[in-house]
Design a protein around this ligand. Structure first.
Ligand SMILES: Nc1nc2c(ncn2[C@@H]2O[C@H](COP(=O)(O)OP(=O)(O)OP(=O)(O)O)[C@@H](O)[C@H]2O)c(=O)[nH]1
Ligand SMILES: [Mg+2]
Length: 306
């Protein structure tokens, strides 16, 4: 095979918050790279998933969801999404087909869709079709096709990985010829410590209510490489600090008798063990860092906007 026949490029997964972008990313990759929760505003960072095909390397980028009425943090998240989307050759615009306002959402994003360099090659994924009656899908697809914004309109159930093959089959065509950009064994651009902190954040999103998930940030302080342990039978220790913005939220996060933190720790540990393929001892600590989200510099740095 001539080297020039190999293709490589960036495919962004973009769209309104909660439309299932991270679920789609994981379905495309066949493994968990990005965290998922039933809440809005779950993804904070552009996260890449690297998929090696026979004649191509496709680099997917999951992005924070666009929000129509953004508060201060959501405005920054919209910027993170824009920044990541602008680097992509192809954009997969993902919408929740079961949302009664889905057509409204697509119309609202029309201008944006036609602004990126990928405008010639935007794909629309109508996700969560497992939640809608089959009869309503065709008219919806028709309406989207008539908007003349997208090269392809693909129905999908990312949760059931139904539609993934159709999407993968149309992604190759627009990718430019180019070399492999990442080593074959690399699945993401993020270090394992980032994924670990994200798994902890996901469990907090799932276990706690109201505003609490939006008030935390996680820092991995220490992790032991099992190969470097003197006693090979010892389970490596991983230590993470959950920074929370008030004393009252700290109390909620820890829970009665430490119950809540224990639950979050157990769930996160299982996820980390699946990723690493070995047992770990996960230690979680909670620290109060008052109003950290009000500190613009700190927030921008956390969101990698500077
Ligand atoms: N029934 C169904 N639910 C889905 C599907 N895809 C995603 N979900 C659910 O939708 C919710 C949001 O999924 P995410 O993947 O976190 O959505 P997102 O677009 O990444 O959200 P943000 O990161 O907040 O923008 C979760 O509860 C998912 O389980 C699907 O195909 N069918
Ligand atoms: Mg997400």
């Amino acid at each position: 095979m001539k080297n020039t026949e190999f293709k490589s490029g960036f495919v962004g997964i973009v769209g309104p918050t909660n439309s299932g972008k991270s679920t789609l990313m994981n379905a495309l990759m066949g493994k968990k790279i990005s965290i998922v929760s039933p809440r809005v505003q779950t993804t904070y960072h552009g996260v890449r998933g690297i998929l090696n095909k026979k004649n191509a390397q496709v680099i997917f980028t999951d992005t924070p969801g666009y929000q129509q009425h953004p508060d201060r943090v959501a405005k920054l998240l919209n910027r993170v999404a824009d920044k990541n989307a602008s680097e992509c050759e192809v954009l997969v615009w993902t919408f929740d087909a079961s949302n009664p306002r889905v057509m409204h959402q697509i119309h609202k994003l029309k201008k944006k869709i036609s602004q990126f360099k990928s405008k010639e090659y935007s794909i629309c994924v109508l996700n969560k079709v497992d939640l809608i009656p089959k009869l309503s899908l065709l008219p919806m697809m028709d309406e989207v096709i008539k908007m003349d914004l997208f090269k392809h309109v693909i129905p999908m159930s990312a949760r059931k990985s139904d539609g993934v093959d159709s999407l993968l089959s149309v992604i190759n065509e627009p990718l430019p010829e180019g070399p492999q950009l990442y080593p074959t064994e690399q699945v993401t651009d993020r270090p394992q410590s980032f994924l670990m902190s994200e798994f902890i954040r996901e469990k907090i999103y799932r276990a706690t209510r109201q505003e609490l998930p939006y008030s935390v940030w996680i820092e991995m302080e220490e992790w032991q490489d099992p190969d470097e342990l003197e006693n090979k039978k010892k389970v490596p220790t991983y230590r993470a600090v959950i920074h929370v913005d008030s004393d009252s939220r700290k109390a909620i996060l820890i829970g009665k008798g430490g119950e809540m933190l224990k639950r979050i720790g157990t769930e996160a540990r299982k996820e980390i063990e699946t990723m690493l393929g070995h047992q770990v001892c996960l230690k979680l600590f909670v620290d109060v860092q008052k109003d950290w989200k009000e500190n613009s510099r700190q927030l921008n740095s956390y969101l990698e906007l500077e």
